[in-house]
Ligand binder design. Structure first.
Ligand code: CUA
Length: 151
């Protein structure tokens, strides 16, 4: 005979497990745009740039290095879809845009890809959230949505 408390614990852990699985499947469906991919690496990812695919689609080749992001300011119009390809020139850095739930590691010799849709105007801060040395706290950038470029 199984103890009734043991039975209760078994049932509640089964319920919790199902909740976890349900939330995973739900997140995969609803948030699939944010799932990070690791791509085969080549040297072209070390060239920081913004490629315009069309007026609402951009590819940002982001290079993290001690202690800045390049490009550090990205100007796009509202409603844009942006693919971020993130690599590092030296140590391990982080790439985080909290408002967009983007969270990548920037690793030398590797590239991570993620996509975001910017449907509201504003300034989205990019921060390095992996400790990378004495200048770590200085390492940030911005995605600027719907503001004119000022030089
Ligand atoms: Cu780069 Cu911290």
């Amino acid at each position: 005979m199984i103890d009734k408390y043991e039975k209760g614990i078994l049932i509640s852990s089964a319920v919790v497990m199902m909740l976890f699985i349900f939330s995973l499947v739900y997140a995969l469906d609803k948030k699939s745009r944010n799932i990070t991919e690791c791509l085969p690496y080549n040297k072209s990812y070390e060239k920081a740039r913004i490629d315009t695919i069309d007026e609402k689609t951009y590819q940002v080749f982001m290079v993290a290095k001690m202690w800045s992001f390049e490009p550090s300011k990205i100007y796009i119009p509202v409603g844009s879809d942006v693919d971020f390809f993130v690599t590092s020139k030296d140590v391990v850095h982080g790439f985080n845009i909290a408002e967009k739930n983007l969270n990548l590691m920037a690793v030398y010799g590797g590239v991570g890809k993620t996509t975001a849709h910017f449907d509201k105007p504003g300034v989205y801060n990019i921060v390095c959230h992996e400790y990378c040395g004495v200048g770590h706290q200085l390492m940030h950038g911005q995605v600027i949505v719907n503001y004119p470029e000022s030089k």
